[in-house]
Design a protein around this ligand. Structure first.
Ligand code: PLP
Length: 365
Protein backbone atom coordinates (compact mmCIF):
# COMPACT_ATOMS: atom_id res chain seq x y z
CA UNK A 1 0.00 0.00 0.00
CA UNK A 2 1.03 3.56 -0.58
CA UNK A 3 2.43 5.33 2.47
CA UNK A 4 0.16 8.01 3.87
CA UNK A 5 3.23 10.25 3.96
CA UNK A 6 3.14 10.19 0.14
CA UNK A 7 -0.25 11.89 -0.03
CA UNK A 8 -0.41 14.92 -2.30
CA UNK A 9 -2.92 17.27 -0.69
CA UNK A 10 -4.65 19.13 -3.51
CA UNK A 11 -7.95 19.72 -1.77
CA UNK A 12 -9.02 23.10 -0.40
CA UNK A 13 -6.71 22.51 2.56
CA UNK A 14 -4.69 21.47 4.43
CA UNK A 15 -1.82 21.56 1.96
CA UNK A 16 1.40 19.57 2.42
CA UNK A 17 3.66 21.21 4.98
CA UNK A 18 7.11 22.49 4.02
CA UNK A 19 9.86 20.02 5.10
CA UNK A 20 11.23 22.72 7.43
CA UNK A 21 7.85 22.77 9.14
CA UNK A 22 7.81 19.03 9.74
CA UNK A 23 11.19 19.17 11.50
CA UNK A 24 10.08 22.18 13.55
CA UNK A 25 7.63 19.89 15.39
CA UNK A 26 10.56 17.96 16.83
CA UNK A 27 11.96 21.01 18.64
CA UNK A 28 12.13 20.49 22.41
CA UNK A 29 9.10 21.77 24.29
CA UNK A 30 9.59 25.12 25.98
CA UNK A 31 7.46 26.99 28.47
CA UNK A 32 5.17 29.59 26.91
CA UNK A 33 6.91 32.30 28.98
CA UNK A 34 10.45 30.97 28.40
CA UNK A 35 12.58 33.76 26.90
CA UNK A 36 13.75 31.34 24.18
CA UNK A 37 10.16 30.73 23.13
CA UNK A 38 9.21 34.40 23.36
CA UNK A 39 12.08 35.18 20.98
CA UNK A 40 10.61 32.72 18.45
CA UNK A 41 7.14 34.21 18.96
CA UNK A 42 8.45 37.75 18.37
CA UNK A 43 10.22 36.60 15.20
CA UNK A 44 7.03 34.88 14.05
CA UNK A 45 5.07 38.13 14.47
CA UNK A 46 7.78 40.00 12.55
CA UNK A 47 7.61 37.40 9.75
CA UNK A 48 3.83 37.75 9.69
CA UNK A 49 4.21 41.52 9.23
CA UNK A 50 6.41 40.82 6.22
CA UNK A 51 3.89 38.39 4.72
CA UNK A 52 0.82 40.57 5.45
CA UNK A 53 2.86 43.57 4.19
CA UNK A 54 2.05 45.68 7.21
CA UNK A 55 3.64 47.68 10.00
CA UNK A 56 0.70 46.94 12.33
CA UNK A 57 2.00 46.38 15.87
CA UNK A 58 -0.88 44.01 16.65
CA UNK A 59 0.07 41.19 14.26
CA UNK A 60 0.33 37.68 15.69
CA UNK A 61 -0.81 34.05 15.36
CA UNK A 62 -4.10 33.61 17.24
CA UNK A 63 -4.70 30.19 18.82
CA UNK A 64 -7.30 28.40 16.71
CA UNK A 65 -7.97 27.80 13.03
CA UNK A 66 -8.94 30.40 10.41
CA UNK A 67 -12.50 30.53 11.73
CA UNK A 68 -11.13 31.60 15.12
CA UNK A 69 -9.55 34.55 13.34
CA UNK A 70 -12.93 35.41 11.83
CA UNK A 71 -14.66 35.28 15.24
CA UNK A 72 -11.89 37.26 16.93
CA UNK A 73 -11.81 40.22 14.55
CA UNK A 74 -15.59 40.51 14.50
CA UNK A 75 -16.17 40.14 18.26
CA UNK A 76 -13.68 42.94 18.95
CA UNK A 77 -15.14 45.58 16.63
CA UNK A 78 -18.86 44.81 16.23
CA UNK A 79 -21.41 46.30 18.64
CA UNK A 80 -25.07 45.28 18.81
CA UNK A 81 -27.16 47.11 16.25
CA UNK A 82 -24.22 48.36 14.19
CA UNK A 83 -24.23 47.80 10.46
CA UNK A 84 -21.83 45.32 8.92
CA UNK A 85 -21.82 45.10 5.12
CA UNK A 86 -20.79 41.61 4.03
CA UNK A 87 -19.91 40.42 0.55
CA UNK A 88 -21.50 37.04 -0.08
CA UNK A 89 -20.51 34.93 -3.09
CA UNK A 90 -19.60 31.70 -1.37
CA UNK A 91 -19.50 29.67 1.82
CA UNK A 92 -17.11 31.91 3.76
CA UNK A 93 -19.06 35.08 3.02
CA UNK A 94 -22.07 33.23 4.45
CA UNK A 95 -20.04 32.37 7.55
CA UNK A 96 -19.09 36.04 8.04
CA UNK A 97 -22.83 36.90 8.00
CA UNK A 98 -23.55 34.17 10.54
CA UNK A 99 -20.84 35.29 12.95
CA UNK A 100 -21.69 39.02 12.62
CA UNK A 101 -25.39 38.19 13.02
CA UNK A 102 -24.78 36.28 16.26
CA UNK A 103 -23.01 39.39 17.61
CA UNK A 104 -26.20 41.37 17.06
CA UNK A 105 -24.98 43.26 14.01
CA UNK A 106 -27.36 44.60 11.42
CA UNK A 107 -25.99 42.53 8.54
CA UNK A 108 -26.34 43.99 5.04
CA UNK A 109 -25.64 41.27 2.49
CA UNK A 110 -24.20 42.23 -0.88
CA UNK A 111 -24.43 39.17 -3.05
CA UNK A 112 -22.98 37.87 -6.27
CA UNK A 113 -23.76 34.44 -7.70
CA UNK A 114 -21.44 31.63 -6.56
CA UNK A 115 -18.58 31.53 -9.08
CA UNK A 116 -18.65 35.28 -9.81
CA UNK A 117 -16.76 38.14 -8.11
CA UNK A 118 -18.36 40.77 -5.89
CA UNK A 119 -18.97 44.26 -7.30
CA UNK A 120 -16.89 46.74 -5.22
CA UNK A 121 -19.29 49.61 -6.04
CA UNK A 122 -22.22 47.56 -4.76
CA UNK A 123 -20.34 46.93 -1.50
CA UNK A 124 -19.49 50.62 -1.08
CA UNK A 125 -23.00 51.75 -1.97
CA UNK A 126 -24.87 49.24 0.18
CA UNK A 127 -25.17 51.49 3.25
CA UNK A 128 -24.53 55.15 4.18
CA UNK A 129 -22.25 54.57 7.17
CA UNK A 130 -21.49 50.96 8.01
CA UNK A 131 -19.18 50.20 10.94
CA UNK A 132 -17.49 47.43 8.98
CA UNK A 133 -17.23 46.23 5.38
CA UNK A 134 -16.25 42.57 5.37
CA UNK A 135 -15.05 40.64 2.33
CA UNK A 136 -13.49 37.25 1.63
CA UNK A 137 -10.44 37.93 -0.54
CA UNK A 138 -10.10 34.39 -1.91
CA UNK A 139 -13.36 32.39 -1.84
CA UNK A 140 -12.19 28.83 -1.34
CA UNK A 141 -15.67 27.49 -2.04
CA UNK A 142 -15.70 28.85 -5.61
CA UNK A 143 -12.12 29.69 -6.64
CA UNK A 144 -12.97 33.37 -7.13
CA UNK A 145 -10.89 36.41 -6.06
CA UNK A 146 -12.74 39.43 -4.71
CA UNK A 147 -10.71 42.63 -5.07
CA UNK A 148 -9.95 44.54 -1.87
CA UNK A 149 -8.05 47.50 -3.30
CA UNK A 150 -11.07 49.41 -4.67
CA UNK A 151 -12.79 49.16 -1.27
CA UNK A 152 -10.09 50.99 0.69
CA UNK A 153 -10.45 54.27 -1.19
CA UNK A 154 -14.21 54.41 -0.76
CA UNK A 155 -14.61 52.90 2.72
CA UNK A 156 -15.03 56.28 4.48
CA UNK A 157 -15.35 55.76 8.24
CA UNK A 158 -15.95 52.04 7.89
CA UNK A 159 -13.35 49.49 8.91
CA UNK A 160 -12.29 47.21 6.06
CA UNK A 161 -12.17 43.59 7.23
CA UNK A 162 -10.63 40.93 4.98
CA UNK A 163 -10.61 37.15 5.15
CA UNK A 164 -7.20 36.25 3.74
CA UNK A 165 -7.25 32.59 4.77
CA UNK A 166 -6.68 31.24 1.27
CA UNK A 167 -4.97 34.30 -0.23
CA UNK A 168 -2.07 34.91 2.19
CA UNK A 169 1.17 33.64 0.65
CA UNK A 170 -0.56 32.56 -2.58
CA UNK A 171 -1.55 35.84 -4.23
CA UNK A 172 -0.64 39.46 -3.41
CA UNK A 173 -2.07 40.71 -0.10
CA UNK A 174 -1.14 44.32 0.77
CA UNK A 175 -2.64 45.12 4.15
CA UNK A 176 -1.11 48.61 4.47
CA UNK A 177 -1.03 49.36 0.75
CA UNK A 178 -4.72 48.58 0.35
CA UNK A 179 -5.89 50.12 3.63
CA UNK A 180 -7.17 46.87 5.13
CA UNK A 181 -7.98 47.43 8.85
CA UNK A 182 -8.46 43.86 10.04
CA UNK A 183 -7.25 40.69 8.35
CA UNK A 184 -7.00 37.09 9.46
CA UNK A 185 -5.68 33.97 7.83
CA UNK A 186 -5.04 30.28 8.48
CA UNK A 187 -1.84 28.28 8.54
CA UNK A 188 -2.91 25.30 6.42
CA UNK A 189 -3.54 26.88 3.05
CA UNK A 190 -0.85 28.84 1.17
CA UNK A 191 1.46 29.11 4.20
CA UNK A 192 2.29 25.38 4.09
CA UNK A 193 1.83 24.72 7.82
CA UNK A 194 -0.67 22.31 9.45
CA UNK A 195 -4.01 23.74 10.63
CA UNK A 196 -4.14 25.26 14.09
CA UNK A 197 -3.26 28.96 14.09
CA UNK A 198 -4.95 32.07 12.70
CA UNK A 199 -2.42 34.75 11.73
CA UNK A 200 -4.11 38.06 12.33
CA UNK A 201 -3.35 41.77 11.93
CA UNK A 202 -5.15 44.89 13.19
CA UNK A 203 -4.55 48.55 12.23
CA UNK A 204 -4.28 51.32 14.83
CA UNK A 205 -7.49 52.71 13.37
CA UNK A 206 -9.33 49.47 14.14
CA UNK A 207 -7.74 49.21 17.59
CA UNK A 208 -9.16 52.61 18.40
CA UNK A 209 -12.61 51.12 17.88
CA UNK A 210 -12.23 47.98 19.98
CA UNK A 211 -15.28 46.99 21.99
CA UNK A 212 -14.60 47.51 25.74
CA UNK A 213 -15.54 44.08 27.04
CA UNK A 214 -16.10 41.83 24.02
CA UNK A 215 -18.55 38.99 24.64
CA UNK A 216 -15.73 36.47 24.13
CA UNK A 217 -13.10 36.41 26.88
CA UNK A 218 -10.84 34.02 24.96
CA UNK A 219 -10.80 36.20 21.84
CA UNK A 220 -10.52 39.55 23.65
CA UNK A 221 -7.68 41.05 21.58
CA UNK A 222 -7.08 43.74 24.20
CA UNK A 223 -6.26 41.04 26.76
CA UNK A 224 -4.26 38.92 24.31
CA UNK A 225 -2.20 41.93 23.24
CA UNK A 226 -0.78 42.15 26.77
CA UNK A 227 0.82 38.77 26.13
CA UNK A 228 1.88 39.16 22.48
CA UNK A 229 3.05 42.77 22.82
CA UNK A 230 4.00 42.74 26.48
CA UNK A 231 7.78 42.61 26.02
CA UNK A 232 9.42 41.71 29.33
CA UNK A 233 6.20 42.44 31.21
CA UNK A 234 4.14 39.78 29.46
CA UNK A 235 1.34 38.22 31.44
CA UNK A 236 -0.38 34.89 31.02
CA UNK A 237 -3.63 34.91 29.10
CA UNK A 238 -3.80 31.37 27.74
CA UNK A 239 -1.05 28.85 27.03
CA UNK A 240 0.37 29.51 23.58
CA UNK A 241 0.39 26.38 21.35
CA UNK A 242 4.17 26.29 21.46
CA UNK A 243 4.81 23.60 18.81
CA UNK A 244 2.39 25.21 16.35
CA UNK A 245 4.24 28.50 16.77
CA UNK A 246 7.52 26.69 16.02
CA UNK A 247 5.88 25.24 12.91
CA UNK A 248 4.54 28.58 11.70
CA UNK A 249 7.90 30.22 12.41
CA UNK A 250 9.56 27.62 10.18
CA UNK A 251 6.91 27.85 7.44
CA UNK A 252 7.15 31.63 7.27
CA UNK A 253 10.94 31.27 7.24
CA UNK A 254 10.73 28.99 4.20
CA UNK A 255 8.31 31.37 2.49
CA UNK A 256 10.44 34.46 3.13
CA UNK A 257 13.66 32.65 2.14
CA UNK A 258 12.02 31.91 -1.19
CA UNK A 259 10.68 35.49 -1.32
CA UNK A 260 7.05 36.55 -1.09
CA UNK A 261 6.94 37.68 -4.73
CA UNK A 262 8.56 34.39 -5.78
CA UNK A 263 5.93 32.47 -3.81
CA UNK A 264 3.14 34.41 -5.56
CA UNK A 265 4.83 33.70 -8.92
CA UNK A 266 5.13 29.97 -8.14
CA UNK A 267 1.45 29.78 -7.21
CA UNK A 268 0.54 31.71 -10.38
CA UNK A 269 2.62 29.37 -12.58
CA UNK A 270 1.20 26.20 -10.98
CA UNK A 271 -2.34 27.51 -11.26
CA UNK A 272 -1.84 28.27 -14.94
CA UNK A 273 -0.28 24.85 -15.60
CA UNK A 274 -3.19 23.16 -13.85
CA UNK A 275 -5.92 25.24 -15.47
CA UNK A 276 -4.44 24.89 -18.98
CA UNK A 277 -4.06 21.16 -18.40
CA UNK A 278 -7.67 20.75 -17.27
CA UNK A 279 -8.89 22.59 -20.37
CA UNK A 280 -6.69 20.35 -22.54
CA UNK A 281 -8.51 17.40 -20.97
CA UNK A 282 -11.71 19.01 -22.26
CA UNK A 283 -12.91 20.12 -18.83
CA UNK A 284 -14.62 23.42 -18.09
CA UNK A 285 -13.34 25.91 -15.50
CA UNK A 286 -15.91 27.73 -13.35
CA UNK A 287 -14.35 31.06 -12.28
CA UNK A 288 -14.01 33.87 -14.85
CA UNK A 289 -10.37 34.21 -16.06
CA UNK A 290 -9.70 37.70 -14.57
CA UNK A 291 -10.87 36.64 -11.10
CA UNK A 292 -9.60 33.05 -11.12
CA UNK A 293 -7.46 32.01 -8.16
CA UNK A 294 -4.29 30.09 -9.03
CA UNK A 295 -4.30 28.34 -5.65
CA UNK A 296 -7.87 26.99 -5.82
CA UNK A 297 -9.39 25.86 -9.09
CA UNK A 298 -13.03 24.91 -9.53
CA UNK A 299 -13.69 22.67 -12.50
CA UNK A 300 -17.02 21.23 -13.63
CA UNK A 301 -17.59 17.49 -13.24
CA UNK A 302 -18.01 16.29 -16.84
CA UNK A 303 -21.36 14.83 -17.88
CA UNK A 304 -19.70 11.73 -19.36
CA UNK A 305 -18.01 10.09 -16.40
CA UNK A 306 -16.79 6.51 -17.02
CA UNK A 307 -19.63 3.99 -16.77
CA UNK A 308 -20.73 3.33 -13.21
CA UNK A 309 -18.59 6.07 -11.69
CA UNK A 310 -19.88 8.97 -9.62
CA UNK A 311 -17.88 12.15 -9.08
CA UNK A 312 -17.10 10.89 -5.56
CA UNK A 313 -15.75 7.63 -7.08
CA UNK A 314 -13.34 9.67 -9.21
CA UNK A 315 -12.04 11.42 -6.08
CA UNK A 316 -11.86 8.07 -4.31
CA UNK A 317 -9.75 6.48 -7.05
CA UNK A 318 -7.44 9.50 -7.18
CA UNK A 319 -6.89 9.11 -3.45
CA UNK A 320 -6.62 5.32 -3.23
CA UNK A 321 -4.70 4.54 -6.42
CA UNK A 322 -2.62 7.69 -6.85
CA UNK A 323 -2.48 9.15 -3.33
CA UNK A 324 -3.82 12.49 -4.55
CA UNK A 325 -6.59 14.32 -2.70
CA UNK A 326 -8.86 16.80 -4.45
CA UNK A 327 -11.95 18.46 -2.97
CA UNK A 328 -15.67 18.17 -3.64
CA UNK A 329 -18.01 21.05 -4.41
CA UNK A 330 -19.94 22.64 -1.54
CA UNK A 331 -23.24 24.53 -1.20
CA UNK A 332 -25.00 24.98 -4.55
CA UNK A 333 -21.95 23.42 -6.26
CA UNK A 334 -22.24 20.11 -4.39
CA UNK A 335 -21.78 17.24 -6.83
CA UNK A 336 -21.22 19.47 -9.86
CA UNK A 337 -17.62 20.69 -9.39
CA UNK A 338 -14.28 19.56 -8.07
CA UNK A 339 -12.05 21.93 -6.14
CA UNK A 340 -8.34 21.51 -6.76
CA UNK A 341 -5.89 23.24 -4.49
CA UNK A 342 -2.35 24.27 -5.39
CA UNK A 343 -1.24 25.77 -2.13
CA UNK A 344 1.97 26.35 -0.21
CA UNK A 345 4.52 23.55 -0.52
CA UNK A 346 2.07 21.54 -2.69
CA UNK A 347 2.18 24.19 -5.44
CA UNK A 348 4.86 22.47 -7.53
CA UNK A 349 4.75 21.59 -11.26
CA UNK A 350 5.46 17.94 -10.38
CA UNK A 351 2.28 17.66 -8.33
CA UNK A 352 0.21 19.34 -11.04
CA UNK A 353 1.59 16.99 -13.72
CA UNK A 354 0.90 13.94 -11.54
CA UNK A 355 -2.68 15.03 -10.94
CA UNK A 356 -3.34 15.82 -14.60
CA UNK A 357 -1.94 12.44 -15.64
CA UNK A 358 -3.96 10.59 -13.01
CA UNK A 359 -7.19 12.46 -13.74
CA UNK A 360 -6.75 11.86 -17.49
CA UNK A 361 -6.33 8.13 -16.83
CA UNK A 362 -9.31 7.85 -14.48
CA UNK A 363 -11.57 9.80 -16.85
CA UNK A 364 -10.24 7.95 -19.91
CA UNK A 365 -9.35 11.21 -21.68
C1 PLP B 1 -10.54 27.54 5.21
C2 PLP B 1 -11.18 28.89 5.25
C3 PLP B 1 -11.71 29.44 6.43
C4 PLP B 1 -11.84 28.68 7.70
O1 PLP B 1 -10.64 28.25 8.19
P1 PLP B 1 -10.61 26.99 9.20
O2 PLP B 1 -9.13 26.84 9.39
O3 PLP B 1 -11.23 25.84 8.49
O4 PLP B 1 -11.31 27.37 10.43
C5 PLP B 1 -12.20 30.73 6.39
N1 PLP B 1 -12.20 31.44 5.25
C6 PLP B 1 -11.72 30.94 4.10
C7 PLP B 1 -11.74 31.77 2.86
C8 PLP B 1 -11.19 29.65 4.07
O5 PLP B 1 -10.72 29.14 2.92
Amino acid sequence: AMALSDRILMGPGPSNPYPEVVSAFTRPMLGHLDPEFLEVLDQTCERLRAVFRTQNALTFPLSGTGSAGMEAVLVNVVRTGETVVVGVNGLFGERLCEVAGRLGAHVVRVEAPWGEPLDPDALLGAHRSPAVIAVVHAETSTGVRNDLEPLATGKGDALLLADTVTSLGGIPVEVDGWGVDLAYSGTQKCLGVPPGLAPLTVSERARGRFVDRPSSWYFDLGLISRYVEGGSGRTYHHTAPVSMVFALHAGLGALLDEGIAESWARHAACGRLLQDGLEKLGLELVAPPEHRLPQLTTVRVPGDLPAGMSEADVRGVLLQRYGIEIGAGVGPMTGTVWRIGCMGHTARPRNVELLLGALGEVLGR
